[in-house]
Design a protein. Structure first.
Length: 135
């Protein structure tokens, strides 16, 4: 699906929807996380969006637990820069592999490394993964 919104993380960020001229009712958004000094402390907001990590070095990002009300929220995190970005969601990642919930997503150092997650029962279930192992 095409992207129709862009925002910047690293301070105050407010998504601003824009209408597409295609008549398609589905809407997605992109959050570009730029290479700024505060990236190591940033948290991904829990919104149904696509987040593109574009920092010019490996980013350390936090993903918090979804609430019960956020169940069903789907987020996509993709790498827009060729660095081994790390998303930490301590004990919150359910990847369908034995050993219980995992805590870390380490993106391969390639543009396009991605993961799709859905909020379920206050955890994140992995729906799809591309060069972004969950440990």
């Amino acid at each position: 699906m095409p992207i129709n919104r862009t925002g910047v993380m690293g301070g105050a960020w407010t998504p601003q929807p824009q209408q597409r001229g295609t008549g398609d009712q589905a809407q997605e958004a992109e959050l570009i996380i730029p290479g700024d000094a505060t990236i190591g402390t940033d948290t991904i907001p829990i919104c149904q969006q696509t987040y593109t990590l574009t920092k010019g070095s490996a980013a350390a990002i936090i993903l918090k637990a979804p609430t019960t009300a956020q169940s069903g929220t789907v987020i996509v995190i993709t790498s827009g820069s060729a660095f081994a970005h790390v998303v930490t969601a301590t004990g919150l990642l359910q990847d369908g592999v034995t050993g219980g919930a995992k805590s870390t997503i380490t993106f391969g150092a390639f543009v396009g490394a991605s993961i799709t997650l859905v909020a379920s029962q206050k955890k994140w279930n992995v729906l799809g993964i591309n060069v972004a192992p969950v440990t």
